[in-house]
Ligand binder design. Structure first.
Ligand SMILES: [Zn+2]
Length: 469
C-alpha cells in the first residue's frame, strides 16, 4: 500500500465526508430501547439507520450491498457487504447506532443532540459511543483501495440494541450466519483505551450478573415510634444479606463462583499499559474532594477493573426522598444489585449462588423477592496470531509513532462472546477512539477526531495485512 495515499485518503474522508454526516447523526436522539420503550413509535433508531444508509449509498464501493435487516419484534440492523479484492473469507466489522440516554448537566453551549465541533472534538451524545464506527469502518475499506492495498470481503454490521445489552443479536447472528461465511477476523470499533497516543487493543471484557432484591417485612408502613423494636428494619436485613455477598470493609466479593485466576499474560499486559500511560486511570475520575482510590497500586487497580468481581448498588426503592421522609418504619427496601464479573467467570453459576445466598435462612423470616435476574458472560480474547501482532507493530510505528497497548476493559460488549463462540478460530481487533475522558454515558460526550482518523488508518493497515497472513 502507498502509505502517504492511505493517510491522505483517511484524513480527507474524515474532514469532507464523515464529519458533516456524523454531526447530523449526533442530532438524532436514537436512545437505546431499554431507555425508550416507545422506540418504535418515536422512530429514532430507524432514522439513525436511514441516515447512515443514505450516506453509504453515496460511497464508491464496487459491488457493495446495503441492507436494513429487521426481524419481527426486533431492533433494526444495518448490514453492509463489501466484496473483497482477494480471498474468500470474511472480515466482520461491528458497531452500534443506538445511544445512551441524554442525561442532564451538559456544559454551556453543549447538549446531547447538538453537535458542536470545538478544539478537534465533536461533542454530542453518540459521537464517540458509537456512531462514528460505521463511518470509520467504511473509510478504512475505501482507503485500502485508494492506496492500492487488498482486503477480504468486509461485512459491516451496525446494530441498534447495544446499550440495552444487545438482546437481539443472538437471533440476528443465527439469521445471518449462512450469509456471513467464514469469518476469520472480527473488528469491533466500540472500545478504546487509556490515552489518545496509540492504538489500544481490548483483550478482555467483564461479564455481568444483576438482580433486583426486595426485602419485605410489612404489608404497609407503620409509625416508627410504635413499630421499631418490634418489627425488624428491612434496611438492616438488606445490610445483613449484602454482607453475605460482599465484605463491606474491603469491597471484596465473597462469592467463589465469581472469582478466577487472572491469566499471566493479562497481568503482564496490565503492567505494560500502566507503564505506557501512568496515572490516567485515576486521573480521569471526577473524585469528590479528599477521596482516594481503593489502592495506590495502579496495576492492581487495572486488574480490579478488568479481572475481578465487583458489586455496585445501582438503584433503590422503598426509600422516600429525604424531604418526603416521615417517621415511618417502611414496609420494604429494594436494591438493584449489579455485579461485574471476571471475563472467564460462569455468570449463570454466579447468579444461582446469589439467589441461594439471598433467599436461604433470611433473618426474621423476611420475604425476599428477586426480580429481573440477568446474567451475561464476559470475554477473553484468543491469543494474537503472529500476522496481527506484526500488523499492530506496523500501526504503532507508522500511524501513531507509539507502540500499541492492551486493556482489560471493565465493561461488556455482549456480541464479542457470541462471536467468539460462533467463530472460535477468528482473530479479534477490539479497539476504538474512546479515551478515558471521552464522557461516554455522561454529559459532554466527545469524539477525538484526529484519534478517530488514526484508528481508521490503523484498521486499514490491519485489513490489508489480513489478506497476506
Ligand atoms: Zn458502545
Amino acid at each position: 500500500m502507498d502509505r502517504s495515499v492511505l493517510t491522505r485518503t483517511v484524513r480527507g474522508l474524515w474532514d469532507d465526508d464523515i464529519l458533516p454526516s456524523l454531526s447530523d447523526l449526533v442530532a438524532v436522539p436514537a436512545i437505546s430501547p431499554a431507555f425508550d420503550p416507545a422506540w418504535v413509535e418515536h422512530g429514532h433508531l430507524a432514522a439513525a439507520i436511514e441516515h447512515v444508509r443514505a450516506w453509504l449509498a453515496t460511497r464508491d464501493l464496487p459491488g457493495v450491498a446495503i441492507e436494513v435487516v429487521q426481524l419481527p419484534e426486533r431492533t433494526p440492523l444495518l448490514l453492509v457487504d463489501v466484496p473483497g479484492t482477494t480471498g474468500d473469507d470474511t472480515v466482520l466489522l461491528y458497531g452500534h447506532l443506538d445511544k445512551q440516554p441524554p442525561v442532564a448537566n451538559w456544559s454551556e453551549g453543549l447538549g446531547p443532540w447538538t453537535p458542536v465541533v470545538r478544539d478537534g472534538r465533536l461533542y454530542g451524545r453518540g459521537s464517540a459511543d458509537d456512531c462514528y464506527s460505521g463511518y470509520a469502518a467504511i473509510a478504512a475499506i475505501e482507503a485500502v483501495r485508494a492506496a492500492g492495498g487488498e482486503h477480504a470481503r468486509c461485512v459491516v454490521l451496525l446494530e441498534t440494541g447495544e446499550e440495552s445489552g444487545s438482546p437481539d443479536l443472538p437471533a440476528y447472528l443465527e439469521h445471518l450466519r449462512p450469509r456471513l461465511g467464514d469469518v476469520s477476523l472480527v473488528v469491533c470499533l466500540d472500545s478504546g483505551g487509556n490515552d489518545y497516543e496509540r492504538m489500544w487493543l481490548t483483550t478482555s471484557l467483564r461479564g455481568l450478573a444483576q438482580a433486583n432484591m426486595t426485602v419485605r417485612v410489612l404489608e404497609s408502613g407503620l409509625h416508627s415510634g410504635m413499630a421499631s423494636g418490634i418489627v425488624p428494619s428491612s434496611f438492616r436485613i438488606a445490610r445483613q444479606l449484602l454482607d453475605r455477598l460482599e465484605d463491606s470493609a474491603t469491597g471484596e466479593v465473597l462469592i467463589r463462583e465469581m472469582h478466577v485466576d487472572v491469566p499471566e499474560n493479562r497481568i503482564t499486559e496490565a503492567r505494560e499499559a500502566i507503564a505506557s500511560a501512568p496515572g490516567v486511570q485515576v486521573g480521569s475520575v471526577p473524585w469528590a474532594p479528599g477521596v482516594r482510590p481503593v489502592t495506590d497500586d495502579e496495576v492492581e487497580l487495572a486488574l480490579n477493573a478488568g479481572w475481578r468481581p465487583t458489586l455496585s448498588i445501582t438503584g433503590a426503592d422503598g426509600l422516600p426522598a429525604p424531604e418526603d421522609a416521615g417517621n415511618v418504619l417502611r414496609p420494604f427496601t429494594a436494591l438493584v444489585l449489579s455485579f461485574r464479573l471476571p471475563p472467564t467467570a460462569d455468570s449463570k453459576a454466579a447468579v444461582e449462588t446469589v439467589r441461594k445466598l439471598l433467599t436461604t435462612d433470611v433473618p426474621y423470616g423476611a420475604v425476599v423477592e428477586l426480580s429481573r435476574v440477568e446474567n451475561a458472560d464476559g470475554w477473553n480474547a484468543p491469543d494474537l496470531a503472529p500476522w496481527l501482532r506484526d500488523a499492530l507493530d506496523q500501526v504503532g510505528e507508522e500511524v501513531f509513532g507509539a507502540p500499541w497497548r492492551t486493556v482489560s476493559l471493565g465493561g461488556s460488549i455482549p456480541f464479542m462472546g457470541l462471536l467468539h463462540e460462533a467463530y472460535p478460530d477468528a482473530q479479534f481487533l477490539v479497539t476504538g477512539a474512546v479515551g478515558p475522558d471521552s464522557n461516554c454515558h455522561v454529559p459532554d460526550e466527545w469524539l477525538h477526531l484526529a484519534h478517530a482518523a488514526r484508528i481508521t488508518e490503523g484498521v486499514a493497515v490491519v485489513l490489508d495485512a489480513h489478506t497476506r497472513r
